[in-house]
Design a protein around this ligand. Structure first.
Ligand code: TRP
Ligand code: SF4
Length: 328
């Protein structure tokens, strides 16, 4: 069996929420369990800088919080290589080399670049670093021989660009890198409590580490079908973000939830209570596993140190090869 190298990263924004779990982490955990893959998972702290360089105060803590959640979810340093991007400076070195063979036109064309410029307000991100985000991402992947990259749909243009950069590099200097392929993650739709995308910055997130009481409160505040005003009005689950979460958490009685909503047989308050219990219960085990990891910060430190040591062996060898080929 040909074992394939998987590389994927996540920006440290602090504790993980349900959006991260259903968009990314569940997929990582499946890949880790699959013997066909050898997984490298890293904390993309340099990528966090591209939009947050003015506010670095929480960067270390966010990294620890995120990696604590990873471990409590079951990412296992004995099975996967778990490290922090900035602990492997060869990534930055490769980023520099790749930047030589990437044109501005290629970078300006990346759709996420244009979108983010419009979306992110109040921050100056017309920077060199932010434009180069996908070049850094390419370095992340190809330095470690990444062949498969689990990502969400929004990241596909970055993977396309990564393949272009690899082809250009390989053409100029000889075969050096794999062209990485995306593994499209089966992301489930999980919206925030206000019906927008779940995000820390929108203040609408349910965190994996939230206590059941906090979960109940947050779910109670969720927006529902706006047309259902009175309990006697029939509701439309398709227009309700509570129902979106029921889809993920209440598979067994989903049909009932839907019927009772459409038939005005259950009020939204009760419907939310049901959901909150399902969500809270699904995280019981996670909370139990998380507590001791959180209490012992040395543990995460040690995991990251060991992971970086493993990653560095591969990185150093690849950089040596690159420098030789570029006659440096
Ligand atoms: N850009 C990715 C995201 O926002 C994070 C990331 C950085 C990444 N480097 C990567 C993902 C390398 C996969 C491979 O989700
Ligand atoms: Fe949404 Fe449930 Fe209310 Fe229907 S009953 S609108 S699914 S919260």
């Amino acid at each position: 069996m040909q074992v394939k190298r998987v590389v994927s990263g996540q920006r440290p924004t602090g504790k993980l929420h349900l959006g991260h779990l259903h968009g990314t982490l569940n997929n990582w955990i499946d890949l880790q369990a699959n013997k066909e893959y050898d997984c490298f998972f890293f904390c993309a702290d340099w990528h966090a800088l591209t939009t947050n360089y003015e506010d670095v105060g929480d960067l270390q803590q966010n990294t620890y919080d995120m990696v604590t959640d990873w471990l409590a979810l079951g990412l296992d340093p004995d099975k996967s290589t778990i490290y922090r991007q900035s602990d492997v400076p060869e990534v930055a070195q490769l980023h520099l080399y790749l930047s030589m063979v990437t044109t501005l036109g290629q970078l300006y064309r990346v759709p996420t670049y244009k979108e983010q410029l419009k979306e992110i307000k109040g921050k100056e991100i017309h920077t060199y670093g932010f434009l180069g985000y996908p070049v850094l991402q390419t370095a992340d992947i190809v330095l470690f021989g990444g062949q498969c990259v689990p990502v969400g749909e929004d990241q596909l243009p970055h993977l396309e660009l990564a393949r272009e950069i690899v082809r250009r590099f390989n053409n100029l200097y000889g075969d050096t890198f794999f062209e990485p392929a995306a593994i499209l993650s089966k992301a489930k739709k999980v919206l925030g409590t206000d019906g927008r995308k779940m995000s820390k910055s929108y203040n609408n997130a349910i965190y994996l580490a939230d206590e059941p009481e906090a979960i109940r409160k947050k779910v109670a505040q969720m927006v529902t079908d706006p047309k259902r005003i009175k309990k006697t009005d029939p509701g439309d689950p398709e227009a309700c973000s509570v129902f979106d979460l029921h889809r993920v958490y209440s598979q067994e009685n989903l049909a009932d939830v839907e019927k009772q909503c459409r038939g005005a047989m259950r009020g939204c308050v009760d419907c939310k209570k049901l959901l909150a219990e399902e969500v809270a219960e699904s995280l019981n085990n996670f909370r139990k596993l998380r507590a001791p990891i959180e209490k012992d910060p040395m543990l995460v430190k040690e995991v990251l140190k060991k992971g970086a040591e493993k990653a560095k062996v591969i990185a150093e060898e690849k950089i040596k090869d690159v420098r030789k080929k570029m006659n440096i």
